[in-house]
Design a protein around this ligand. Sequence first.
Ligand code: EPZ
Length: 427
Amino acid sequence: MDKFVIQGGNRLQGEIQVSGAKNAAVGLIPAVLLCDEECVLENVPDISDVSICLRILYELGASVEMLKPDTYRINCKGVRGFSVPYESAKQMRASYYFLGALLGRTGKARVSMPGGCPLGDRPIDQHLKAFSALGARSCNDHGMIDLSADKLVGGQIYFDVVTVGATMNAMLAAVKAEGLTIIENAAKEPHIVDLANFLNSMGADIMGAGTDVIKIRGVSYLHGTTYAVIPDQIEAGTFMVAAAATGGDVLVKGVIPKHLEPITNKMKKIGVNIEEFDDAVRVWVDGPLVKTSIKTQPHPGFPTDMQPQMATLLTLAEGTSVVTEGVWEQRFRYVEELRRMGADIAVNDKVAIITGTGKLMGAPVKACDLRAGAALIIAGLAANGVTEIEDIHHIERGYGNIEEKLRGIGGDIRKVSTPPTAMKKAL
Ligand code: EPZ
């Protein structure tokens, strides 16, 4: 079992590079199934969710070749299968993108119900509604979702909730359907735009991505392409908050500052200095941090995937802050762990009241999901003393080499592996 051991108290300083976006990459990789020519994907993050996506493609019959640590050549010409088994799908939420991509490719898909972070009820009714609007039949057969369509035909899709996954899945299924598809109440996250740009670079005809109405005119053929995944907005935001929490001065490089605006605006409000450059932001603190209120919302609102990290920063700010979770039912499971580190946070349903104590202390804690784990790393870096974080596989789903990156700006964080024999003895 691996864990992170952090000696807190170092002020982070220097330059840190952001990788490609997890939530874009996990959509773009299945999207390659819509094309039978060679595609090269660049700026692919080195994270376990990406490895799983690539393995699923390989298991379906694609050739997958790593050209550089962040660049893959993929050819789906040899893909014959249309089924993603439980063992692969259960490991990540984004395995649902294989539903849309395989349906768009073959008119058939069989994918196990997806796994992923435990954030409360995670229905896929809107995904199925979109597939149905395009003419697909669906059924749940012993935990496997079965989709089939004699022919996919463009249709009108109105989402009852703003959903990233269903918007991207509808795009994947519609891109080669006959005629026009109109998606209304679509999600607007940067990764939605990235998927549209990627598919358009293969010859698709998608307009309006990034607004709440997306129009897709089906094309019969997609060709190969070379495309770079956008930078990870949430990894960037996590480093920005880590810099602020340690009173540091850090240049976060390789970002699109526009994508960071919801985060930047809130951080400025609590007293963090942020200077934007073309593809970098400098974050530094030279005064006290102050309370604020945050409500997470779909883009361009404050991202739910930054909520635990910002809440951690607010434990170090003066005054009482209010954080309201507007997307997921259960995204405060990390609070108990932060309390072990001295945080004063009261949670009532979807609202957390944070009384800033100005300091945290090191403690043994557990990452209960991906962003919860990121929050605990930030807490550990800012705390007095040593923090040990268990269950770091959650963190490695979405952050590549995070300990190395943070060490590069002065963080005292090590990954420690307990050999299986030592574990046996301890038991
Ligand atoms: C994506 O999840 C991200 N995951 C999540 O990031 C992120 O928290 C979330 O979008 C919101 O930004 C990936 O991109 C792989 P949704 P997704 O569909 O697509 C409800 C992280 O930490 N809903 O936008 O699964 C749902 O219950 C992860 O990187 C339905 O009711 O989220 C939720 O309340 C965690 N029916 C809301 O919509 C549906 O069919 C938004 O979910 C689908 C969703």
